[in-house]
Design a protein around this ligand. Sequence first.
Ligand SMILES: [Zn+2]
Length: 224
Amino acid sequence: MKFIKFALIISLSILFLTSCKENATKTKHKEPVIKKKREYRNFSKKNWIELKSLDTTFIYDIRYAGKNNFVHKKMYPCAKCYLRPEVAQILVKIQSELRNKNLSIKLFDCYRPGKVQKKLWEIKPDPHYVANPKKGSMHNRGLAVDLTIVDKNGKELDMGTPFDYFGKKAHQNYKKLPDTILKNRALLRNIMEKYGLEPIRTEWWHYSYRKKDYPVEQWVWECD
Ligand SMILES: [Zn+2]
């Protein structure tokens, strides 16, 4: 009986040690995956929303995901629109109101990783158009959007200049424009302000949410 007990303890110990070794090996194998994921370390679903998960009717032309932008370089791995929950929820309300008028929001940019901001600044170090990465932009905080309005055929309303036009003609207070353009800009501005998104002086397409602050983040989204 004593021998059986002894044998049982020995076998259990061997089993325990083997399983520990296995676990250790498993952990070792997992390491590279964790390293690869390190870039997403600040990504918490609670603090970020991909806009299309709330409403699939938005139209996208995320310019930094291709070369059609002022630096003529692809800055994002693919086109995604992530925002802080407050901003995403506001845009859904605005989109719903615009859709009642057979119109829709078209997005040019949403969250922009801090490291992309740094690259943009290196190419255009002009604080009127690109926020200094030391301070960070509202886009780096997930609190700003670049957007316009399109009609039921997806055609952009005439706003007088293209997106990322760096000149007086794109300024909010520039009034030497035909009535239709002024009316289109006013439509965009009024609906944004109605829901708490504020314009900046130099870009008709840029609006941000300033009632809450979030830190600048660096994470980059995964592509499908
Ligand atoms: Zn912007």
